[in-house]
Design a protein around this ligand. Structure first.
Ligand code: HEC
Length: 509
């Protein structure tokens, strides 16, 4: 049970490790808008090196980039786009990058026709389906929806009302995509951001993560060594700013050891920059590029309630807005499998509401949890606590309650198989509890994701392989699938009666 202590809320600020000395990103020519602080520098350099024509080229590139990544015009109103229904919308609602990928490498079809690669090298090459594009035919595809060879493109591909200048800018950018450095990737280095809680938990996670990278890929992956950029989040409110500091260093992906809703704020910032995030714990509503090694409070809470005879008549006790959001998500999950939806109540309403309830799930911080438990002391109600929401407090709470308290444990007891498990057994991470297990698992998953993404790794490809149905062997945890944003069903939630019968296995799927 001692592992649960590691899932406690952020420990008090400790001494943060210095960030290791990675070289600054080498080439930043084409940062997405919103982060284009470098644009003036780029223009100035272009002017210094080659005079006015280069300045015009650089301006065309920036204009093309704005159209491609955000569907906007620099200093003007966004063009209009006609969609499948025949309606027109602002192109800013449908930037090329959302379908064709941030690097223009194309995407697998989610439904219907797959958006193909539209880098200039791809367009200017003839394929089995069509002849090669040139500039006029490529623009005809974008403006009129007529492909090279005259085929009408599927109307999933919007038609954009571009000016002549827009067209010139867009083509300049599509050409540049071929030679543009991939964010986070250099000849001998891939940059991985690491977001850490302060103190021992963060240090143990980071040490295990870096040891796993070194052990799983001593020569790097495709000749590139993972370079780790660290940021420590001293206070929960700093998570977004810390994520933004990392994003400014252009990582390929971010690994986050932050707890619950602290991780959610950081993952939100990363998603806005289209950088994939691998979280230790699932957050309440994972954004699309966010993945997790372990279930979070929502999964644990839903599993605990699911174990009650009448889960729809249970109460979920929440105080802060974050707790309420989690409580609503848990209640919504139960409503899918039960006739009723559990009620979300505040601590003040608990004593009255408890009279009618089938059980009580607590999402409160320690002092409030203790008084809630005291209010329930003389009743028969089962009291439930997600491990990720404060498992470390469970023994104290059980004592105050005067009977066993049921805790959800999304951390599987067993470890994995194969070479990753051997590396875990042989390495130092084994000795550092849950943070060590999670750090090792994250390192193994990152190395495997880099291998699966291939030599031409991009952020999109990392997100695609993390979200694919294939299993990852993290070594320190049983094999897991990350499909669907959070960890998938392969990690089940156990429950334990603290002060009672001990571990209860999850129901068979
Ligand atoms: C909503 C998704 C979506 C958006 C946004 C989008 N496209 Fe497409 N695009 C597609 C799909 C799907 C196809 C394939 C259509 C087909 O083959 O019938 C396509 C095809 C194309 C083609 C033809 C490629 C070929 O090999 O024939 C070009 C060129 C193209 N898109 C450029 C762009 C540009 C430039 C933008 C932004 C200004 C853009 N697309 C925005 C979905 C999209």
């Amino acid at each position: 049970m001692h592992e649960l202590s590691a899932t406690a809320p952020l420990p008090p600020p400790g001494k943060a490790r210095p960030e290791p000395g990675l070289p600054a990103p080498r080439r930043h020519t084409l940062n997405p808008p919103g982060r284009c602080l470098l644009a003036p520098a780029l223009l100035a350099t272009a002017l210094l090196l080659t005079g006015a024509p280069a300045l015009a080229d650089a301006a065309a590139l920036l204009g093309g980039e704005a159209l491609f990544t955000s569907g906007t015009r620099l200093g003007g109103e966004a063009p209009r786009a006609t969609v499948a229904s025949g309606n027109t919308v602002s192109a800013s609602a449908l930037p090329c990058a959302t379908c064709h990928g941030a690097e223009g490498a194309g995407r697998a079809a989610e439904a219907g026709v797959a958006p193909p690669a539209i880098t200039w090298s791809a367009l200017s090459r003839a394929s089995a389906a069509r002849p090669a594009y040139d500039e006029p035919s490529a623009l005809r595809a974008v403006v009129q929806g007529i492909g090279a060879g005259g085929r009408a493109l599927d109307n999933v591909m919007p038609r954009y009302a571009l000016s002549i200048e827009d067209g010139r800018n867009l083509v300049a950018f599509l050409r540049a995509l071929d030679t543009r450095p991939l964010p986070g990737v250099e000849d001998s280095l891939v940059r991985i951001g690491l977001l850490l809680p302060p103190g021992r938990a963060g240090d143990a996670f980071a040490a295990a993560f870096e040891a796993a990278l070194a052990a799983a890929a001593p020569e790097g992956v495709f000749g590139r060594r993972p370079g780790v950029l660290r940021a420590t989040v001293a206070r929960p409110g700093d998570a977004r700013a810390a994520a933004e500091r990392l994003l400014a260093q252009s990582p390929l992906a971010i690994v986050s050891a932050l707890p619950g809703e602290v991780a959610a704020a950081a993952a939100g910032a990363a998603t806005a920059a289209r950088v994939p995030v691998l979280n230790a714990r699932a957050t309440a509503a994972p954004p699309p590029l966010s993945f997790a090694l372990l279930p979070g409070i929502v999964e644990e809470g839903a599993a605990l309630l699911g174990g009650l005879p009448e889960p729809g008549r249970a109460l979920v006790v929440a105080a802060s807005p974050d707790q309420r959001r989690l409580a609503d998500a848990i209640a919504a999950r139960i409503a899918q499998v039960s006739d009723d939806e559990p009620r979300v109540v505040s601590p003040a309403d608990l004593p009255v509401a408890a009279a009618e309830a089938s059980g009580v799930l607590l999402l409160l911080a320690p002092p409030a949890a203790l008084s809630a438990v005291q209010a329930l002391r003389n009743g028969p109600l089962p009291v439930l606590l997600p491990g990720a929401a404060g498992g470390a407090e469970a023994p104290d709470l059980a004592q105050a309650l005067g009977r066993p308290l049921r805790v959800g444990i999304g951390v599987p007891a067993g470890i994995g198989a194969g070479a990753p498990a051997e590396r875990f057994a042989a390495g130092p991470a084994r000795q550092s509890g849950l943070p060590g297990r999670l750090g090792h698992a994250a390192g193994e998953v990152v190395v495997e994701a880099l291998r699966r993404a291939g030599r031409d790794v991009t952020r999109d490809r990392i997100a695609a392989v993390l979200g694919a149905p294939e299993t990852f062997e993290p070594g320190s945890l049983p094999g897991l699938r990350l499909a669907g944003g959070a960890r998938a069903g392969s990690v089940a939630v156990w429950t334990a009666d603290i002060g009672g019968a001990g571990l209860i296995p999850p129901p068979a799927p």
